[in-house]
Write a protein that binds this ligand. Structure first.
Ligand SMILES: [Cu+2]
Length: 320
């Protein structure tokens, strides 16, 4: 295994370039400091006879120019780094979403079509990929050195990471957070393929009839877990005449602004829906009784992701 894997993403190359620039700037400062140390060592050595201690004349011009130059260099690095950071953590809207759950000691991946894999991640090239990640137990860290990406994966919340790979190939995947005795074995591979090859891969494995896509699996869970009893078949919501329960419609919820009882508004993203299912007491929404039970500890992280996929698939007014 070689120590250096050339970056296969555009952002990765920019990260390399930024690090190179930082290293060069640091080396330049280091060289200047050492050159001055040497210069003064020779110039003011004991037998040199140079006068010391006389008050030197202070020139403001020198003072101001070195301060301004340093400031300018650091501002350039700051703006460059800040801009890159913001871009790295804002997935493009058209990114292909793939779900990742870390657990001691493996990475479980689920594609929207329901294809599942362990310690492997298949992706198409030249297309932005967004990973929505969570952990079932302790803190893990998803790292693919060749993509220059690395992010902690925490239990109880969703982390998102995105990248776009340019060259096909197989790349190493590591957990880079010490997560227990099996940590060393929590590795895998990311296989980047052309779009047609990726589609062939997606279609392989289980026959299409046997595999449920995530939203369909979520729909079954929605009924089996009794969600539909309050939220209605297909999440249409409203108060049911038979049960007298009033629960909000879930169709069209994803991406909408929701008002909480505290008066605050939040966007209904994956994390919000997850919290609604697992800890409904934490942020109850305005205008409804607080009767939704907590499903914490009763639903696996993977099932929560499937329920979210189902809720995302419900457009307003749809009755599927
Ligand atoms: Cu781990």
């Amino acid at each position: 295994m070689n120590g250096y894997a050339p970056s296969v993403t555009v952002e990765g190359r920019e990260i390399d370039f930024l690090i190179l620039a930082l290293t060069l700037v640091s080396c330049a400062v280091l060289a200047l400091v050492f050159a001055l140390i040497l210069l003064y060592m020779v110039r003011y050595r004991a037998e040199s006879g140079v006068t010391r201690g006389a008050p030197g004349r202070k020139t403001w011009r020198f003072e101001i120019s070195w301060t301004a130059a340093t400031l300018a260099v650091f501002f350039v690095l700051f703006i460059w780094g800040g801009n890159l950071y913001v871009r790295l953590f804002q997935p493009p809207a058209d990114a292909l979403q793939i779900y990742v759950v870390g657990k001691q000691w493996m990475w479980k991946v689920e594609h929207q079509g329901g294809q599942r894999e362990i310690n492997a991640l298949h992706i198409p090239i030249n297309r932005p990929i967004q990973l929505v990640m969570t952990s079932e137990d302790v803190i893990h860290d998803f790292s693919v050195p060749a993509f220059r990406i690395k992010h902690d994966v925490l239990p109880g919340r969703y982390q998102s990471l995105w990248f776009q790979v340019e060259t096909p190939g197989t790349f190493e995947l590591f957990c880079t957070q010490l997560c227990g005795v099996g940590h060393y074995s929590m590795t895998g591979e990311v296989v980047a393929m052309s779009q047609p090859e990726f589609e062939t891969w997606l279609a392989g494995g289980a026959a299409p009839g046997e595999r449920e896509d995530m939203a369909t699996a979520g729909k079954a869970l929605f009924a089996a877990r009794g969600c539909s009893g309050c939220h209605g078949e297909g999440g249409v919501g409203g108060s049911s005449a038979t049960t007298g329960v009033s629960a909000p419609a879930l169709a069209g919820l994803f991406g909408r602004l929701v008002r909480l009882q505290t008066g605050a508004t939040v966007t209904a993203d994956e994390r919000f829906i997850r919290d609604c299912i697992l800890t409904p007491d934490k942020a109850p929404i305005a205008g409804y009784p607080r009767i939704m039970p907590s499903f914490s500890g009763q639903i696996s992280e993977e099932d929560v992701l499937r329920l979210i996929a189902y809720i995302k698939s419900l457009r307003s007014g749809s009755r599927t």
